[in-house]
Design a protein around this ligand. Structure first.
Ligand SMILES: [Mg+2]
Length: 304
């Protein structure tokens, strides 16, 4: 989404004239980004993640097919719908575009109504998918990201860390003695504790790419792209202290309850051959060690 809640379209065409014509047709309803080469389109798409891409097939340098192939290869851009711009009556190009994953095509010379209708149709599909995705990615109890959402972001952020040679850290968190808490105060009160803890996790993650998720039961994860071991340990310690200080009133409001959290921390600056699951299992091992050594603890382990 761009300014004023308008959807963002990236127009890619080596002809400025074509870009101008499409701009005239679409600028009232959408925020438009433009690129005149495949290479520029790819870097812009990664930076801005547009809602839709209009992609010319024939361009010097990278052509539209190559650009589409690259977009589909990257988890961050693979779901952006692409509409091909083809010459009139070029069925071969249209067919090849569909095979590579384009959602539609428009032909030159542009007809205002057809361009508008095709673009609007796919934009509607996009917002429907987004809505479904959002609904399927939120944990209903705590209102934070769920496991599925975590997996989705982790895959994309891991890929980015490898590409940009930056560190990535993961915190695995588990509420201490949650079963005992439930036994003492009841499941509804247990839910209150989970909600209060989740609110702390969300409050602690500060950068837009950081992510706090409920992974299941009383188990949570915090993903910190760009953070090395020192930064991750500092965040973990902040979380541990905040939970320790937390007072959750009982549902009848008559008393305050407290809880603690154990946290395993793992960091890595991944290269291609590294396995993302190794980061998760390292954090899990550290969490186990934190539990074994008395709980209410942060234990960290750097992979390299
Ligand atoms: Mg062209």
């Amino acid at each position: 989404m761009g300014q004023n809640g308008k959807s963002v379209i990236l127009i890619v065409d080596d002809s400025m004239l074509n870009i101008m014509m499409l701009t005239r047709i679409l600028s009232a309803d959408y925020v438009l980004l433009t690129a005149t080469s495949g290479e520029a389109a790819l870097s812009l798409a990664l930076k801005q993640i547009p809602d839709l891409i209009l992609l010319d097939v024939i361009m010097p340098g990278m052509d539209g097919f190559e650009v589409l192939t690259e977009l589909k290869r990257n988890p961050e851009t693979m779901n952006i719908p692409v509409i091909f711009i083809t010459g009139a009556d070029n069925e071969e190009d249209e067919e090849r575009g569909f095979l590579l994953g384009a959602v539609d095509y428009i032909t030159k010379p542009f007809k205002n109504v057809i361009v508008k209708v095709r673009v609007n149709t796919h934009m509607k599909i996009v917002s429907q998918l987004r809505m479904n995705e959002r609904l399927g990615m939120i944990d209903p109890l705590t209102g934070i990201h769920n496991r599925r959402s975590f997996d989705h972001s982790f895959e994309a952020e891991w890929g980015r860390a490898v590409r940009e040679k930056t560190p990535i850290s993961f915190l695995m968190l588990d509420i201490d003695h949650f079963k005992k808490y439930n036994d003492a105060f009841g499941h509804l009160q247990g839910d209150e504790l989970l909600k209060a803890a989740a609110a702390i996790f969300v409050a602690v993650v500060k950068r837009p790419t950081d992510l706090a998720a409920r992974l299941g039961g009383e188990e949570f994860g915090i993903l910190l792209p760009g953070a090395g071991p020192q930064g991750a340990l500092a965040v973990a310690e902040e979380v541990r202290k905040a939970v320790e200080a937390l007072q959750v009133p009982t549902i009848d409001g008559k008393q305050q309850t407290t809880a603690t959290v154990s946290i395993g921390v793992a960091s890595i600056s991944p290269v291609h051959s590294d396995s993302p699951t190794e980061l998760l299992s390292r954090a899990d091992d550290c969490l186990y060690a934190a539990k074994e050594s008395g709980r209410n603890k942060v234990i960290g382990g750097e992979l390299k």
